[in-house]
Design a binder for this molecule. Structure first.
Ligand SMILES: N[C@@H](Cc1c[nH]c[nH+]1)C(=O)O
Length: 395
């Protein structure tokens, strides 16, 4: 029976077909190898978490959460990110393990989308969390690892924009005076709506100097020298600490030899509100949206009663494959076509070829409508048909 929804999927849900799957898998394996070689241990957590704990800790917009009820009436969420679940694990099952903890993951995440044809609502992320280390070396390590992971995956044309949420907060609060007003401005920055930001700034009752300070924030994007310009806009303790963090980070990244991929972006405001320090986004040249992001979240672990400083990143697998711009050809396969009298021989042959590492389809002739069409799909076809002994027959 056909229904109007027979071929439809819920908003934002996508199928992954063999050729995209193949490419994604190769890329994923390459990334996992790099991450493991830096000493990060992979973990898995459930797709469903409690709304009140991990759901809230993920600190994403509420309307982006998929919510459902369990049998006892508790509200559950499909995890929108892996940072909060890992914080939960670090503070519970791994609470006796010493810090720093280096954990990695490859997981599907879920973020509800409002519109058809928009972004996917389920996607995979490969990422790491470095928990219990508040140094600039830790910030630098995860950024350098992200750079190496992207590079090894085959991406060579990419840039990492680095900012500091402490700096943005300090400047906004210093100028507009209240969290509420700062929030409105942060929202424009988060949406990268700079025109909206400027218009809003003009509508505020600010002195011309303060108005200029906010406008100048938008130009704090570029090389290391922007740190000097940043100092002139706000010089309170929080801002100075943020700029110091960035100076030190830059040095670490120089040490790793990756600073040519880096640019400063002091307008950066992220989609997750748990960030407290250095934040960053990775851009491939073909994409308008960031394919990776991360940062420091020093207050998230205390929500789970094990206070710790931490940092990490996540790379979107679907966007990375898109940025690479090529899908891999499907692997070559051999087909063994048999008739039932020679089934045993065919099974034996298939077993032998598979042992040699070949991919072998074993197909009963009676199950095929069009042998010519079928043959075209294979690199090699071997026939075990009729009473004849041996492998191939001449056509
Ligand atoms: N969980 C973040 C990425 C991240 C990992 N660690 C820190 N940040 C995200 O999904 O965007």
């Amino acid at each position: 029976m056909s229904t109007p929804f027979m071929f439809e999927k819920p908003v934002g849900m996508r199928d992954t077909l063999p050729s995209f799957y193949q490419t994604k898998n190769t890329v994923k394996q390459t990334m996992e190898k790099v991450i493991e070689s830096w000493g990060y241990l992979p973990i898995q957590t459930p797709a469903l978490e409690y709304y009140d704990t991990v759901g809230m800790a993920s600190a994403i917009l509420d309307r982006q959460l998929f919510k459902l009820l369990d049998q006892n009436g508790n509200t559950l969420v499909l995890r929108p990110d892996m940072t909060a679940p890992i914080a939960r694990v670090a503070a519970s099952s791994l609470k006796d393990q010493m810090f720093p903890l280096r954990l990695s993951y490859h997981s599907s995440l879920f973020r509800a989308q409002q519109r058809e044809g928009g972004r996917p609502a389920e996607f995979e992320q490969v990422g790491v969390e470095l928990v219990g280390d508040g140094t600039s070396s830790a910030d630098g390590e995860v950024i350098a690892l992200m750079v190496e992971t992207l590079k090894e995956s085959g991406l060579d044309d990419f840039q990492i924009a680095i900012g500091h949420i402490g700096y943005v907060n300090a400047l906004l609060l210093d100028v507009v005076g209240s969290e509420e007003r700062a929030n409105v401005l942060r929202r424009y920055l988060y949406e990268k709506n700079y025109v909206g930001f400027k218009q809003h700034v003009k509508s505020l009752p600010l002195s011309s100097i303060d108005e200029k300070r906010l406008m100048d924030l938008l130009s704090l994007r570029g090389g290391r020298e922007k740190l000097e310009d940043a100092k002139t806009l706000v010089s309170n303790g929080e801002a100075s600490k943020a700029l110091e963090d960035l100076e030190q980070l830059w040095e670490v990244l120089d040490g790793y030899g990756v600073s040519h991929h880096i640019k400063l972006d002091l307008n950066l405001v992220m989609h997750m509100s748990y960030y407290t320090g250095v934040v960053f986004e990775g851009y491939g040249s073909r994409l308008g949206v960031p394919l990776s992001s991360g940062g420091r979240y020093d207050e998230l672990l205390q929500r789970f009663n094990r206070p710790a400083q931490a940092t990490g990143f996540g790379i979107r697998l679907d966007l990375l494959v898109e940025a690479l711009g090529q899908t891999e050809a499907l692997p070559e396969q051999t087909c063994i076509l048999f008739s039932k009298e020679r089934r045993l021989e065919a099974i034996e042959k298939a077993r032998q070829l598979r042992k040699e590492g070949k991919r072998v389809v074993l197909q009963d002739l009676q199950g095929v409508d069009n042998i010519d069409e079928l043959s075209k799909a294979f690199a090699d076809v071997q026939y075990y048909i009729g009473n004849k002994q041996g492998g191939k027959i001449d056509e």
